[in-house]
Design a protein around this ligand. Structure first.
Ligand SMILES: Cc1cc2nc3c(=O)[nH]c(=O)nc-3n(C[C@H](O)[C@H](O)[C@H](O)COP(=O)(O)O)c2cc1C
Length: 219
């Protein structure tokens, strides 16, 4: 049914057709198992390089996940070299040092508290929805943190879709990371995520999740 209040242009109509075609694609069980239902958090890694091209491809996928007004606040630094890992070491909680130093890649996922500076790119039809945050720095930071956290989840799913395993971590000193990697910028660290090919022989059994009736209500 068409919306009488909106004038759709050719690109809008093409986008609508593309999404209708998606419905016909299968979501198979194996994919769901690999992306979420049976994928695990990893703490030990095989010595196998993750090519830069794979990281670019993961970003291309994760950036498609939704953020409010398409603000896209996440900023990423992928640490691969020994030198860059050493710069991170002092900020890590003791329990996170070994797994991080041995991971092929550690992603620092930050958020730009002035994400709205890219509004002309990310929301060109109504940039003022984003630029309004210029006057509300606290709200801007809240929005940036919320949406970058979502983008952290997209990073995990996108990495798994590229056959990689993930080890997300919040056990680190954000201030130290910000000083070391984001000094002089409007970026703050949110979380870390180790990426690579996990060594399943170091996994423990999975901790139980909370059942539907414990956490959900249908009203
Ligand atoms: C945001 C976030 C922060 C986490 N921080 C740490 C951490 O600092 N150290 C750690 O060993 N594990 C950390 N974890 C891993 C969780 O404990 C793990 O993902 C959870 O127990 C589920 O494990 P599973 O995916 O194997 O079922 C973190 C996970 C997330 C999503």
């Amino acid at each position: 049914m068409s919306d009488p209040l909106i004038e759709f242009d050719d690109r809008d109509l093409a986008a609508q057709r593309a999404v209708k075609n998606l419905r016909g694609l299968a979501i198979d069980n194996d994919t769901v198992r690999r992306l979420l239902s049976e994928a695990r958090t990893h703490n030990a890694w095989h010595e196998r390089d993750v090519p830069d091209e794979t990281l670019r491809s993961i970003y291309d996928l994760m950036q498609k996940g939704p953020t409010s007004a398409n603000g896209s606040p996440a900023r990423l630094v992928f640490l691969k070299s020994d030198d860059s890992k050493e710069r991170l070491r002092p900020a890590l909680a003791p329990g996170n040092v070994e797994k991080t130093m041995s991971a092929p890649v550690t992603a620092i996922l930050g958020y730009d508290i002035e994400f709205w500076r890219n509004a002309d790119v990310t929301f060109p039809h109504k940039p003022e929805v984003q630029t309004a945050y210029q006057e509300k720095p606290q709200a801007s930071e809240t929005v940036a943190f919320r949406n970058s956290s979502l983008q952290g989840a997209y990073l995990i799913i996108a990495s798994r879709a590229h056959d990689l395993d993930c080890g997300p971590m919040s056990g680190f000193d954000n201030k130290l990371v910000d000083l070391e990697f984001f000094a002089g910028t409007t970026i703050k660290s949110n979380l870390l995520c180790n990426l690579g090919y996990g060594d399943a022989e170091h996994l423990l059994k999975r901790s139980p999740r909370l059942g539907f009736d414990m956490v959900c209500e249908i009203l």
